[in-house]
Write a protein that binds this ligand. Structure first.
Ligand SMILES: [Zn+2]
Length: 424
C-alpha cells in the first residue's frame, strides 16, 4: 500500500518525542487547571497532590477518575460548569449540552486537530460532504462540520433524519463523502433504492466517516464491496472534548490523537493496564485550556495495541469498543463483558438458553455455564469443549463447569452474567 499523507507532524513522532511532548502538555494542563479551575484545585488539595507531582502518564494514576455522573453532580453543586471552567466566562465561545445535562464550554481555537481523522479518511478539497450528525446542542454537528472544512472539503449541514431529502441532496449536489453513523448510511441507501435508484451507479459517494456506534464487520463489507464506499471509524467522546482516536487506511484499530492522553485502566482501581488487556478508556485533554477536566472515565471498554502500523502513524491504537464498563464483570482479574459472552454463546444452535454464573469458592472465582440443550441426546462433552475453546478465544477465560439444566430453568429475562459473589 502507498504511504499515507499525514495531516500533521504529531502523527509520526518517535516514541521518545511523543513521551516528551505528552509530558510537557500534561504538565501545562495540570498547572493551568490548578491555577484557574476551582474544582481541580479542590480535587488536588483534597487528595494531597501538588500539580508538580503530575508530569507523566504514570503520574496520572495518583488522581481519581472523574465520570459522567460526577460531572452531573459537580455541575448541580456548582452551576453551571461544576468549577471546571479554567478561563474567564466571557471567553467561552460555545456551550454544548450533553444528556445529564452536562454543559461543556469550549473555545474554537485549537480544535483543528479533529480534521486529522477526516483527513485520514480521505476527505480533501473538491469533496462534497454531508454531515448527518445533529447540529442541535451536541458538538458533533458543528465541530465535525468545521473539521470537514479544515480538510478543504465542502460541508453540507444536513443533520439527522429526512432520508428522502438526504437522498435528493446527495444526488443533486454530487455528494462524495458521508459523515454519520453506519446504520444511518444504510437507511439512506435503502431509501435511495426504494426510490428506484441504483445506489452504486447513480451516486458518487466514495468515503464515509463514522462514529457514535460500532461498525459491524458485515456492514463494513456491504458498504465497501457492494457499494464501493471506503469506510473509516473514529472514537469520539463529548465530555472531554471530541474526537479521540481514528482509523487510518489499514483499518486495524484507531490511532490515539496526541491532543489527549489516553489510558486503559481497571475501572475499579483506576490503575493503568498493559497493551492487550481490556479496561476502561480514560481521557485527559492536553490541548484544552478551557476545561480543567483531568482523567475523564468514559465508561467504554477497550484495549490497545502498540505494534507498528504500516500507515506510518506511530501512535498506539485502540482495538475497538467491546462494551460498557457497567456491563462487565471482573473474574480472576479479567473482564468478562456481557455482550462478548453473549456473542459467543448465542452462536450455538444446540442450546436454547444459557447463563454464566460467577461464584467464589476457596478464594477463587469460578465460572459456571448453565445450559438448556435443544436436544438432550447430544454429545455433551464435545459441545462443552467447543464452547470453551470459543469462549477462551474471545473472553480469554476458561469456563470451569458446565451444568445442563431442564428447559425453563434459565429465566427468559435473565442477565447474561449472574454475579453471585459476595465480598463481606
Ligand atoms: Zn495506521
Amino acid at each position: 500500500m502507498a504511504k499515507d499523507e499525514y495531516y500533521d507532524q504529531l502523527e509520526t513522532m518517535t516514541p521518545d518525542a511523543r513521551e516528551r511532548y505528552h509530558n510537557k502538555k500534561l504538565t501545562e494542563t495540570v498547572e493551568n487547571a490548578y491555577k484557574n479551575a476551582p474544582a481541580a484545585i479542590e480535587l488536588l488539595d483534597r487528595i494531597g497532590v501538588n500539580p508538580s507531582q503530575i508530569r507523566t502518564l504514570k503520574d496520572l494514576e495518583k488522581l481519581p477518575v472523574t465520570r459522567k455522573t460526577d460531572l452531573i453532580d459537580m455541575q448541580k453543586a456548582s452551576p453551571p460548569y461544576g468549577g471546571l471552567l479554567a478561563i474567564p466566562p466571557q471567553d467561552v465561545e460555545r456551550v454544548f449540552l450533553s444528556p445529564g445535562p452536562v454543559y461543556e464550554p469550549i473555545q474554537h481555537s485549537g480544535i483543528q486537530w479533529f480534521a486529522k481523522s477526516f483527513w485520514a479518511a480521505g476527505f480533501r478539497k473538491g469533496d462534497v460532504v454531508i454531515n448527518t450528525f445533529t447540529y442541535h446542542m451536541s458538538p458533533a454537528g458543528i465541530l465535525f462540520h468545521e473539521a470537514i472544512r479544515d480538510c478543504g472539503a465542502t460541508a453540507i449541514p444536513m443533520g439527522t433524519g429526512h432520508t428522502a431529502i438526504q437522498v435528493k441532496t446527495m444526488l443533486d449536489l454530487g455528494v462524495t463523502g458521508f459523515v454519520g453513523t453506519p446504520s444511518f448510511l444504510m437507511s439512506v441507501i435503502k431509501q435511495a433504492e426504494d426510490m428506484g435508484y441504483d445506489f452504486k451507479k447513480d451516486f458518487v459517494i466514495k468515503h464515509a466517516w463514522f462514529t457514535g456506534e460500532m461498525l459491524a464487520p458485515s456492514i463494513r463489507e456491504t458498504l465497501e464491496s457492494d457499494y464501493g464506499i471506503d469506510t473509516r471509524q473514529a472514537y469520539a467522546v463529548t465530555e472531554p472534548g471530541g474526537a479521540i482516536a481514528y482509523e487510518c487506511y489499514c483499518k486495524n484499530g484507531m490511532h490515539f490523537m496526541d491532543e489527549y492522553i489516553l489510558e486503559i485502566v481497571d475501572p475499579e482501581t483506576g490503575k493503568q493496564l498493559p497493551p492487550g488487556e481490556t479496561g476502561e478508556i480514560v481521557i485527559t485533554p492536553i490541548h484544552n485550556k478551557t476545561w480543567g477536566l483531568i482523567r475523564f472515565g468514559t465508561g467504554d471498554l477497550s484495549s490497545y495495541n502498540t505494534d507498528a502500523c504500516p500507515c506510518g502513524r506511530t501512535a498506539h491504537r485502540l482495538t475497538g469498543m467491546v462494551g460498557r464498563a457497567s456491563d462487565a464483570v471482573k473474574v480472576r482479574g479479567m473482564f468478562v463483558i456481557a455482550r462478548q459472552a453473549e456473542g459467543v454463546l448465542s452462536s450455538f444452535g444446540e442450546i436454547t438458553r444459557y447463563q454464566l454464573v460467577v461464584s467464589r469458592q476457596q478464594h477463587r472465582d469460578k465460572i459456571t455455564l448453565l445450559l438448556e440443550p435443544k436436544d438432550t441426546e447430544i454429545d455433551k462433552k464435545k459441545l462443552c469443549d467447543v464452547i470453551n475453546g470459543r469462549f477462551q478465544d474471545t473472553c480469554r477465560l476458561k469456563i470451569d463447569r458446565f451444568e445442563f439444566v431442564a428447559g425453563g430453568t434459565v429465566p427468559e429475562d435473565r442477565e447474561v452474567i449472574d454475579d453471585q459473589r459476595t465480598w463481606e
